[in-house]
Design a protein around this ligand. Sequence first.
Ligand code: HEC
Ligand code: HEC
Length: 285
Amino acid sequence: MKFVVAICSLLVLVVAGFFVTLYSGLIGVAATTPDPPGMDWVLFTGSKYSIQRHSKTIRPPDLSSPDIASAGARLYQGLCVACHGAPGVPRSSVGVGLNPVPPLLAEGKPVWTAAQTFLFIKSGVKMTGMPAFGPSYPDSVLWKITALVKKMPSLSADQYRDLAQAAVAEVSMRDDKGVGPVMKVVLGPVNGGMASRGGVLFKSKCSVCHGLSQPLSGPAVGGILGQRTPEYVMNMMLNPGGMEEKDSFVKKMVADYGDLVMPQTGLDSTQARYILEYLRNAAKG
Ligand code: HEC
Ligand code: HEC
């Protein structure tokens, strides 16, 4: 009986001690103070066995084609470099300041299989800065990024740069007007009033999928007018379905973005013109 009482009191003390410590604010949350001893090991071991277990049924597609790694390089450059760096590219201040510090994936250590790498990217890692990309991108896009991550340890800085740039070059300058109702746009000096109305529309109608400098589920569009005609951009807003069906370049882009298509925007041509003005203004910096 005495023994049971002793055990119970001990338990109560431990629980009370736990809450006192927690509420006292003594446990530091600063990312800059070292973790308690053993914490790294617990987290690493936990995530290692969890990933091994949950990736068992994942079957990777063929990841060997150069096209797939090149499309992956463009996505990686937009979404991952800040935290993980790349051959010849250091982590940004965001990556350097995280605890745990994101591994330099180009070093390829520890060695994860393609299925495990894919699962990391799709599901993220709890209690670290590693986001889950599954909610934002279809599997086909995540496999492209996986292909690049697996290839990265064998790439020199020059090869990585060429690959990322080849992906950019492939989507660079087009001088056609696209397919749709807009045949000719006459541009004067940027009109601030139109641009600010366009900005409001852009936020509500476009910014879920397009950043100015960051690719989201659609490409970044901040510099779009350096690469596309204003007619093409207007037609993309007014007739995305027609562009996806008839414009050979947009068709290819749809495949790149994992068959994710740009929906009808419901804009009229005046509103589309405002957004065009907003994009012209954004490009001025
Ligand atoms: C905001 C920072 C951040 C971003 C953005 C980010 N990651 Fe991570 N990533 C992390 C952190 C932190 C870890 C370490 C997690 C851990 O300790 O288990 C990690 C772990 C990983 C791992 C497991 C590697 C290992 O050896 O433990 C892979 C693979 C990975 N990230 C791929 C990616 C890819 C691909 C992208 C872009 C699509 C990306 N990450 C974007 C922070 C980030
Ligand atoms: C639900 C997501 C989504 C929304 C909302 C969306 N887009 Fe898109 N957009 C895409 C995707 C995905 C692509 C890639 C091509 C495709 O799949 O049609 C794209 C392509 C484009 C392109 C062509 C880019 C290039 O490199 O040629 C332009 C321009 C564009 N969008 C502008 C807009 C504007 C402006 C709006 C708001 C009026 C908008 N988009 C709303 C997803 C979206």
